[in-house]
Design a protein around this ligand. Structure first.
Ligand SMILES: [Zn+2]
Length: 277
Protein backbone atom coordinates (compact mmCIF):
# COMPACT_ATOMS: atom_id res chain seq x y z
CA UNK A 1 0.00 0.00 0.00
CA UNK A 2 1.15 3.51 -0.80
CA UNK A 3 2.10 5.50 2.33
CA UNK A 4 3.72 8.78 3.25
CA UNK A 5 7.16 8.96 4.85
CA UNK A 6 5.85 10.06 8.26
CA UNK A 7 3.34 7.19 8.34
CA UNK A 8 6.18 4.72 7.82
CA UNK A 9 8.71 6.42 10.12
CA UNK A 10 6.38 6.99 13.09
CA UNK A 11 6.48 3.35 14.18
CA UNK A 12 10.21 3.08 13.42
CA UNK A 13 10.89 6.10 15.64
CA UNK A 14 8.82 4.70 18.51
CA UNK A 15 10.19 1.16 18.34
CA UNK A 16 13.81 1.95 17.44
CA UNK A 17 14.34 0.38 14.06
CA UNK A 18 15.10 1.88 10.64
CA UNK A 19 13.34 1.55 7.29
CA UNK A 20 15.61 1.07 4.29
CA UNK A 21 15.30 3.57 1.44
CA UNK A 22 16.51 1.81 -1.67
CA UNK A 23 17.53 3.66 -4.82
CA UNK A 24 15.92 1.66 -7.63
CA UNK A 25 16.85 2.39 -11.23
CA UNK A 26 15.04 -0.41 -13.04
CA UNK A 27 12.03 -2.72 -13.10
CA UNK A 28 14.28 -5.55 -11.85
CA UNK A 29 15.37 -3.40 -8.88
CA UNK A 30 11.78 -2.60 -7.94
CA UNK A 31 10.55 -6.18 -8.31
CA UNK A 32 13.38 -7.56 -6.19
CA UNK A 33 13.06 -4.89 -3.50
CA UNK A 34 9.30 -5.43 -3.07
CA UNK A 35 9.69 -9.20 -3.05
CA UNK A 36 12.13 -8.86 -0.12
CA UNK A 37 9.85 -6.43 1.76
CA UNK A 38 6.82 -8.70 1.34
CA UNK A 39 8.74 -11.89 2.23
CA UNK A 40 10.03 -10.27 5.42
CA UNK A 41 6.87 -8.24 6.23
CA UNK A 42 8.77 -4.95 6.27
CA UNK A 43 7.81 -1.41 5.30
CA UNK A 44 10.04 -0.05 2.53
CA UNK A 45 10.94 3.21 0.80
CA UNK A 46 11.51 3.23 -2.99
CA UNK A 47 13.52 6.22 -4.15
CA UNK A 48 15.40 7.75 -7.05
CA UNK A 49 17.82 10.67 -6.82
CA UNK A 50 17.92 13.61 -9.21
CA UNK A 51 21.50 12.74 -10.30
CA UNK A 52 20.11 9.35 -11.41
CA UNK A 53 17.47 10.85 -13.75
CA UNK A 54 19.63 10.34 -16.90
CA UNK A 55 19.48 6.56 -16.29
CA UNK A 56 16.10 6.47 -14.54
CA UNK A 57 13.89 9.38 -15.67
CA UNK A 58 11.49 10.67 -13.03
CA UNK A 59 8.50 10.56 -15.42
CA UNK A 60 9.08 6.84 -16.09
CA UNK A 61 10.01 5.78 -12.57
CA UNK A 62 7.02 7.54 -11.00
CA UNK A 63 4.28 5.32 -12.48
CA UNK A 64 6.39 2.18 -11.89
CA UNK A 65 7.05 3.04 -8.22
CA UNK A 66 3.46 4.13 -7.59
CA UNK A 67 1.81 1.14 -9.21
CA UNK A 68 4.18 -1.27 -7.43
CA UNK A 69 3.45 0.47 -4.12
CA UNK A 70 -0.32 0.30 -4.57
CA UNK A 71 -0.20 -3.41 -5.48
CA UNK A 72 2.05 -4.28 -2.54
CA UNK A 73 0.80 -5.88 0.68
CA UNK A 74 3.32 -3.89 2.79
CA UNK A 75 3.56 -0.10 3.37
CA UNK A 76 5.60 1.54 0.60
CA UNK A 77 6.72 5.19 0.49
CA UNK A 78 7.64 6.63 -2.92
CA UNK A 79 10.35 9.20 -2.28
CA UNK A 80 12.47 11.67 -4.27
CA UNK A 81 16.07 11.41 -3.08
CA UNK A 82 18.34 14.50 -3.19
CA UNK A 83 16.06 16.91 -5.01
CA UNK A 84 18.44 19.67 -6.09
CA UNK A 85 15.87 22.38 -6.76
CA UNK A 86 12.41 23.47 -5.66
CA UNK A 87 11.21 22.78 -9.23
CA UNK A 88 12.32 19.13 -9.11
CA UNK A 89 10.53 18.65 -5.78
CA UNK A 90 7.38 20.20 -7.28
CA UNK A 91 7.59 17.88 -10.27
CA UNK A 92 7.82 14.79 -8.03
CA UNK A 93 4.86 16.03 -5.98
CA UNK A 94 2.79 16.51 -9.15
CA UNK A 95 3.72 12.98 -10.31
CA UNK A 96 2.35 11.49 -7.08
CA UNK A 97 5.44 10.93 -4.91
CA UNK A 98 4.43 10.74 -1.24
CA UNK A 99 7.67 12.26 -0.01
CA UNK A 100 10.44 14.49 -1.35
CA UNK A 101 13.91 15.39 -0.16
CA UNK A 102 15.10 18.91 -0.77
CA UNK A 103 18.89 18.92 -0.47
CA UNK A 104 20.05 22.38 0.51
CA UNK A 105 22.95 21.14 2.61
CA UNK A 106 25.49 22.89 0.39
CA UNK A 107 23.71 26.23 0.85
CA UNK A 108 24.34 28.72 3.67
CA UNK A 109 22.11 27.90 6.69
CA UNK A 110 19.55 30.68 6.13
CA UNK A 111 19.18 29.88 2.44
CA UNK A 112 18.74 26.18 3.22
CA UNK A 113 16.01 27.15 5.73
CA UNK A 114 14.22 29.47 3.26
CA UNK A 115 14.21 26.98 0.38
CA UNK A 116 13.29 23.99 2.54
CA UNK A 117 10.44 25.97 4.08
CA UNK A 118 9.10 26.77 0.59
CA UNK A 119 9.21 23.08 -0.39
CA UNK A 120 7.53 22.09 2.88
CA UNK A 121 4.72 24.58 2.38
CA UNK A 122 3.98 23.32 -1.15
CA UNK A 123 4.38 19.66 -0.20
CA UNK A 124 2.06 19.93 2.82
CA UNK A 125 -0.65 21.45 0.63
CA UNK A 126 -0.51 18.23 -1.43
CA UNK A 127 -0.29 15.89 1.58
CA UNK A 128 3.33 15.07 0.81
CA UNK A 129 6.15 14.76 3.38
CA UNK A 130 9.58 16.39 3.26
CA UNK A 131 13.10 15.32 4.18
CA UNK A 132 15.86 17.91 4.34
CA UNK A 133 19.59 17.76 5.02
CA UNK A 134 21.72 19.76 7.42
CA UNK A 135 25.50 19.47 7.59
CA UNK A 136 27.55 17.89 4.84
CA UNK A 137 27.46 14.16 4.11
CA UNK A 138 30.92 13.44 2.76
CA UNK A 139 31.75 12.00 -0.61
CA UNK A 140 33.79 8.79 -0.52
CA UNK A 141 36.20 10.34 -3.03
CA UNK A 142 37.05 13.42 -0.95
CA UNK A 143 37.70 13.85 2.74
CA UNK A 144 34.96 16.22 3.90
CA UNK A 145 33.66 14.02 6.70
CA UNK A 146 34.54 16.45 9.50
CA UNK A 147 31.51 18.71 8.98
CA UNK A 148 29.06 17.26 11.51
CA UNK A 149 25.50 18.54 11.92
CA UNK A 150 25.32 21.11 14.75
CA UNK A 151 22.80 20.26 17.51
CA UNK A 152 21.57 23.80 18.13
CA UNK A 153 21.28 24.46 14.37
CA UNK A 154 19.23 21.28 13.95
CA UNK A 155 16.67 22.57 16.48
CA UNK A 156 16.38 25.95 14.74
CA UNK A 157 16.23 24.30 11.32
CA UNK A 158 13.45 21.86 12.21
CA UNK A 159 11.36 24.54 13.93
CA UNK A 160 11.75 26.98 11.04
CA UNK A 161 11.06 24.52 8.21
CA UNK A 162 8.50 22.01 9.54
CA UNK A 163 10.21 19.05 7.87
CA UNK A 164 9.16 15.46 8.66
CA UNK A 165 12.64 13.93 8.65
CA UNK A 166 16.18 15.27 8.74
CA UNK A 167 19.29 13.80 7.13
CA UNK A 168 22.29 14.47 9.33
CA UNK A 169 26.05 14.36 8.89
CA UNK A 170 27.83 12.33 11.58
CA UNK A 171 30.82 11.16 9.57
CA UNK A 172 28.80 9.15 7.05
CA UNK A 173 29.86 9.09 3.40
CA UNK A 174 28.09 8.62 0.09
CA UNK A 175 29.18 5.77 -2.15
CA UNK A 176 31.32 2.86 -1.08
CA UNK A 177 34.66 3.33 0.52
CA UNK A 178 37.98 1.73 1.14
CA UNK A 179 37.93 2.46 4.90
CA UNK A 180 34.83 1.85 6.99
CA UNK A 181 33.79 5.26 8.36
CA UNK A 182 33.70 5.86 12.12
CA UNK A 183 30.37 7.48 12.97
CA UNK A 184 29.91 10.11 15.69
CA UNK A 185 27.15 8.34 17.65
CA UNK A 186 27.37 10.83 20.54
CA UNK A 187 26.38 13.64 18.14
CA UNK A 188 23.49 11.52 16.86
CA UNK A 189 22.24 10.98 20.44
CA UNK A 190 22.41 14.74 21.13
CA UNK A 191 20.52 15.65 17.93
CA UNK A 192 17.89 12.99 18.64
CA UNK A 193 17.37 14.11 22.24
CA UNK A 194 17.05 17.74 21.17
CA UNK A 195 14.45 17.03 18.44
CA UNK A 196 12.76 13.61 18.61
CA UNK A 197 12.17 13.88 14.84
CA UNK A 198 12.93 10.85 12.61
CA UNK A 199 16.56 11.17 11.51
CA UNK A 200 18.02 9.88 8.25
CA UNK A 201 21.40 8.31 7.53
CA UNK A 202 22.76 8.67 4.00
CA UNK A 203 25.64 6.57 2.77
CA UNK A 204 24.38 3.22 4.05
CA UNK A 205 26.65 1.10 1.84
CA UNK A 206 29.71 0.09 3.83
CA UNK A 207 28.95 1.24 7.37
CA UNK A 208 29.94 -1.36 9.99
CA UNK A 209 27.26 -3.52 11.60
CA UNK A 210 28.09 -2.01 15.02
CA UNK A 211 27.60 1.54 13.73
CA UNK A 212 24.34 0.58 11.98
CA UNK A 213 23.00 -0.91 15.21
CA UNK A 214 24.09 2.13 17.25
CA UNK A 215 22.38 4.39 14.67
CA UNK A 216 19.02 2.62 14.59
CA UNK A 217 18.87 2.34 18.38
CA UNK A 218 19.57 6.06 18.79
CA UNK A 219 17.18 7.85 16.44
CA UNK A 220 18.05 6.95 12.84
CA UNK A 221 14.73 5.81 11.28
CA UNK A 222 15.59 5.87 7.55
CA UNK A 223 18.78 4.59 5.96
CA UNK A 224 19.57 5.22 2.30
CA UNK A 225 21.04 2.30 0.36
CA UNK A 226 22.14 2.79 -3.24
CA UNK A 227 25.65 1.53 -3.95
CA UNK A 228 25.21 -1.84 -2.22
CA UNK A 229 22.38 -2.83 -4.58
CA UNK A 230 24.35 -1.92 -7.68
CA UNK A 231 27.39 -3.84 -6.43
CA UNK A 232 25.25 -6.86 -5.52
CA UNK A 233 23.64 -6.94 -8.96
CA UNK A 234 26.96 -6.59 -10.79
CA UNK A 235 28.52 -9.35 -8.69
CA UNK A 236 25.63 -11.70 -9.51
CA UNK A 237 25.79 -10.85 -13.23
CA UNK A 238 29.55 -11.45 -13.36
CA UNK A 239 29.23 -14.79 -11.57
CA UNK A 240 26.45 -15.95 -13.89
CA UNK A 241 28.34 -14.84 -17.02
CA UNK A 242 31.39 -16.72 -15.81
CA UNK A 243 29.56 -20.01 -15.33
CA UNK A 244 27.30 -19.47 -18.36
CA UNK A 245 28.80 -17.05 -20.92
CA UNK A 246 25.89 -17.59 -23.34
CA UNK A 247 23.20 -16.85 -20.76
CA UNK A 248 20.13 -15.19 -22.31
CA UNK A 249 18.55 -11.84 -21.49
CA UNK A 250 15.50 -13.24 -19.70
CA UNK A 251 17.48 -15.45 -17.28
CA UNK A 252 19.81 -12.49 -16.69
CA UNK A 253 16.84 -10.31 -15.81
CA UNK A 254 15.93 -12.90 -13.17
CA UNK A 255 19.52 -12.78 -11.86
CA UNK A 256 19.08 -9.01 -11.38
CA UNK A 257 15.72 -9.42 -9.63
CA UNK A 258 17.12 -12.08 -7.31
CA UNK A 259 20.25 -10.06 -6.51
CA UNK A 260 18.14 -6.96 -5.71
CA UNK A 261 15.92 -9.08 -3.46
CA UNK A 262 18.91 -10.56 -1.61
CA UNK A 263 20.66 -7.24 -0.99
CA UNK A 264 17.43 -5.55 0.14
CA UNK A 265 16.54 -8.51 2.39
CA UNK A 266 19.96 -8.40 4.02
CA UNK A 267 19.50 -4.69 4.82
CA UNK A 268 15.94 -5.14 6.07
CA UNK A 269 17.23 -7.67 8.62
CA UNK A 270 20.19 -5.44 9.50
CA UNK A 271 17.88 -2.45 10.07
CA UNK A 272 15.43 -4.65 12.08
CA UNK A 273 12.38 -3.57 10.04
CA UNK A 274 11.34 -7.20 9.36
CA UNK A 275 8.14 -8.63 10.92
CA UNK A 276 6.78 -5.13 11.57
CA UNK A 277 3.69 -5.20 9.33
ZN1 LIG B 1 22.36 10.98 0.15
Amino acid sequence: MLCTLSEILRDANERHYAVGAFNCLSLENVMGALEAAEDLRSPIILQVAEVQFPEAPLELMAPLFLRAAKLSSVPVCVHLDHGQSIETCMKAIRLGFTSVMFDGAALPFDENVDNTRLVTRMAKAAGVDVEAELGRVGDSGVDTADVFTDVEESVRFIEATGVDALAIAIGNLHGHYVHTPQLNIQRLIEIHEANRLPLVLHGGSGTSVEDFKACIHNGICKINVATAIQRGIMKAIRERMQTEPEVGYIPLKQVMIDASRDVVAEHIRLFESNSRV
